[in-house]
Design a protein around this ligand. Structure first.
Ligand code: PGA
Length: 232
């Protein structure tokens, strides 16, 4: 089973997201019918204002972020109540943009992890080193430290290894670099390990050979590219 996930980040309106989801679902209908990709788990993470009922036949919808609360006085936040409305049971936690731009440190990520674990969510827990950490050669220790704060035996965990220097830069890690980190993470957890960072329709098939899946940002915004990655 391979995990193929698209993270729309703060892109695509609600209408554009719904049009995309409908179009992708119908494209997948023919692919699944011909049994080319009945071994794929396909996820889309639209912006929270574009979430709709999670009842697509081939696509599972997830939230890019959510507050660790059922509801309450949290101005500007989305809470569990809002995800439940659409039957959303999948979440990204610890994306490097949340960590770096919105100051979500390991403690906050761990708190969110514990909360959504208690709700039995499928959790894509993102980790990854900066260029500085990579250059210091301490990146394996760093990845370990990021995972230390969560229950790596959680049955609904997917670990997303996303080196920050490869996200949105067009600079994807080499297959050797990905392999080294994936095998190190496999020693730490039995969870599927997906790779993210400038994955596109040209490099995805090689990356899928050495990982359990891909988390795709920019290339997922183009339905043809994302569909190509699924077919690969
Ligand atoms: P990218 O983003 O594919 O645009 O590098 C990946 C991610 O942030 O998950």
């Amino acid at each position: 089973m391979k995990v193929i996930a698209g993270n729309f980040k703060s892109n695509l309106t609600r209408k554009a997201s719904i049009d995309y989801l409908n179009a992708l679902n119908s494209k997948l209908d023919s692919v699944f019918d011909s049994r080319i990709c009945n071994d794929k788990d396909i996820y889309i993470f639209p912006s929270n204002t574009s979430l709709v009922q999670n009842n697509y036949k081939y696509i599972t919808l997830g939230a890019q972020n959510c507050n660790d609360s059922k509801s309450g006085a949290f101005t500007g936040e989305t809470s569990l109540l809002h995800l439940e409305e659409f039957d959303i049971k999948t979440i990204l936690i610890g994306h490097s943009e949340r960590r770096n731009l919105f100051f979500e440190n390991d403690d906050i990520c761990a708190r969110k992890f514990d909360y959504f674990k208690s709700k039995n969510f499928k959790i894509f827990y993102c980790i990854g080193e900066s260029l500085e950490v990579r250059t210091s050669k301490k990146y394996l220790d760093f990845l370990e430290s990021q995972l230390k704060v969560i229950d790596v035996d959680y049955k609904n965990l997917i670990i997303a290894y996303e080196p920050i220097w490869a996200i949105g830069t067009g600079l994807n890690a080499t297959l050797e670099q990905i392999s080294e980190c994936v095998s190190h993470l496999r020693d730490m957890s039995n969870a599927p390990i997906v790779y993210g960072g400038s994955v596109n329709e040209n490099n995805s098939s090689d990356i899928l050979k050495i990982s359990d899946g891909v988390l795709v940002g920019s290339a997922s915004l183009d339905i043809n590219k994302f569909y190509q990655i699924i077919k690969e």
